[in-house]
Design a protein around this ligand. Sequence first.
Ligand code: GDP
Length: 297
Amino acid sequence: LVRLRQRLAGSQGSLGRGLLALLSRDRLDEDTWESIEDTLLTADIGVAPTQELVERLRTRLRVEGEGDPRTVLREELVALVDPDLDRRLQVSGEDGTPGVVLVVGVNGAGKTTTVGKIARILVAEERSVVLGAADTFRAAAVEQLATWGERVGVDVVRGEEGADPASVAFRAVQSGAERGVDTVLVDTAGRLQNKQGLMDELGKVKRVIEKQAPVTEVLLVLDATTGQNGLIQARVFSEAVAVTGIVLTKLDGSAKGGIVVQVQRELGVPVKLVGLGEGPDDLAPFDAGAFVDALLG
Ligand code: GDP
């Protein structure tokens, strides 16, 4: 965890350092507040949250004259990230059926990698897992998931390239249910066609799964480096399927951690996990306090 924190701090810490330097100036004049706003916007915190935050900081630091900018900034950033959201992953089923986690998002966001990393965490917790390679659109995606399966030591249910994703998802959950596993993780195709196409495809995948077991979690994987574009994609996905949690990947390579705030507001669901690298252990539960501490460096 310390290592992950350092990695996050490496790319994100400049935001916190920049803000603290500005807030520590002797005179908090208009120019300084504007620079603070610019810094927050550059980090992808979004217009409305930035205005709210600056208003709160002004009130507390200038009007009420609270002393320590670091403490005030930390408290306000934590509040903005909303520390009270329930971020637990729902990986367990009920009444003897496996928990089913559907992983969705555009190609390249990090879905397959995230499925592999989650499998690894679950296996380390001594849970039994089956993976479903329902991203049948790209042969490479199926191979990639198969490699993760070998690495982590879990079975992968797969179909031929171009097979119906819903049938692969069905067979994966069927296989998991027959074997009585704890969790089935289903990787899906990330083709972002039009919204209707996406709705039809994900809707069908979800429906066939639910003939056997309820989907306990729908994770939307989002690349933190894609900014506003990523947000637009996120909206399309959340309209196509009821997303229950967000995985924000590539935070290690991005100085735009503020996207956490925007995406939570936009979709009304919590960021549950963050991707901090390409390796098998580079996935961490999202924790508001730890995240802000990393931002502040
Ligand atoms: P998919 O198309 O959504 O399944 O995306 P992939 O899982 O194939 O990932 C796309 C690329 O992003 C791969 O090169 C991954 O190694 C890389 N990737 C995934 N997650 C992360 C992350 O958290 N950090 C970094 N730096 N790279 C990542």
